[in-house]
Design a protein around this ligand. Structure first.
Ligand SMILES: [Zn+2]
Length: 263
């Protein structure tokens, strides 16, 4: 039997210091993590994500085979701070770097932090443009949705954007079921160890549409410790338990889902 391998489809590696990062990557490799999709959220972090992917390419210099993959995008509340021209310029930057970009993210809708009507419309506009961009480039979307899960799912379905991962999705099970039926994917954080919601989500969504993530350094399953990609296998193990399959079988399915979407 081969060793189990994992993918962390959502992390923010730019939020670790460079001294921390070395250990973070080393521990992830030791735990069988083969891919970490690090997400930008704005102009600055998008460049950091690209740099991280480039600096962790293989010894032959092949970026796409390195452990770090870059997702670039404009986060819903960051879109509110940008003009149309600034958003256009950033989307052009993403297009220009599409050879190195693995996904469009972290994008979506967040009505918790922007309750006002104009803010919502503005977020929808930015999200819509990024769904379009992802479709055009053939890249998957990494979607953040907070208090706007239904709206985010509806926008994806009506744009026929099937290559989309709902990350850390707190939607009600009816919305989750609808999204899964429409072919959308869900990534489950290591926090599932302490969350009945994510356990229920893993039960509801078919294994063919599940992925794993950590949202590092956020959402740690352990008090007093930062979350990091090395913990992603724990989400996979919990999913195996819920699905009633072996850990090995489960890891294989989850990794092939990752490959199908991101590779
Ligand atoms: Zn995130």
């Amino acid at each position: 039997m081969d060793a189990m391998i994992y993918a962390d489809v959502h992390a923010h590696l730019d939020l670790f210091s460079s001294e921390e990062l070395e250990g973070v990557i080393e521990r992830a490799k030791n735990k069988g993590v083969k891919a970490i999709v690090t997400s930008g959220v704005d102009v600055k972090s998008n460049r950091a994500a690209l740099e991280l992917a480039k600096s962790h390419s293989t010894s032959q210099g092949i970026i796409s085979h390195g452990i770090i993959k870059a997702a670039l995008g404009i986060y819903p509340t960051d879109a509110l701070k940008m003009s149309d021209a600034e958003i256009t310029a950033e989307l052009d930057f993403i297009k220009k770097n599409s050879g190195t970009v693995a996904a469009i993210g972290e994008v979506g809708l967040d009505y918790l932090k922007s309750g006002k009507k104009e803010g919502r419309e503005r977020q929808k506009e930015a999200f819509g443009r990024q769904i379009e961009l992802a479709t055009k480039l053939g890249k998957p979307l990494v979607v953040h949705s907070r208090r706007a899960e239904k709206e985010a799912v509806e926008m994806l379905i009506s744009a026929s954007a099937k290559k989309a991962v709902m990350h850390c999705c707190m939607a009600d099970m009816k919305t989750i079921k609808k999204a899964a039926d429409a072919g959308l994917y869900f990534s489950i954080p290591a926090l599932i160890l302490r969350s009945s919601h994510f356990k229920k989500l893993a039960e509801t969504v078919p294994g063919s549409h599940l992925l794993t993530e950590t949202d590092s350094p956020f959402l740690s399953p352990y008090q007093g410790r930062k979350s990091e990609p090395a913990m992603v296998g724990e989400a996979a193990k919990e999913i195996a338990k819920i699905k009633g399959i072996t850990e090995y079988e489960c890891a294989k399915i989850l990794y092939s889902n990752y490959q199908k979407l991101f590779a």
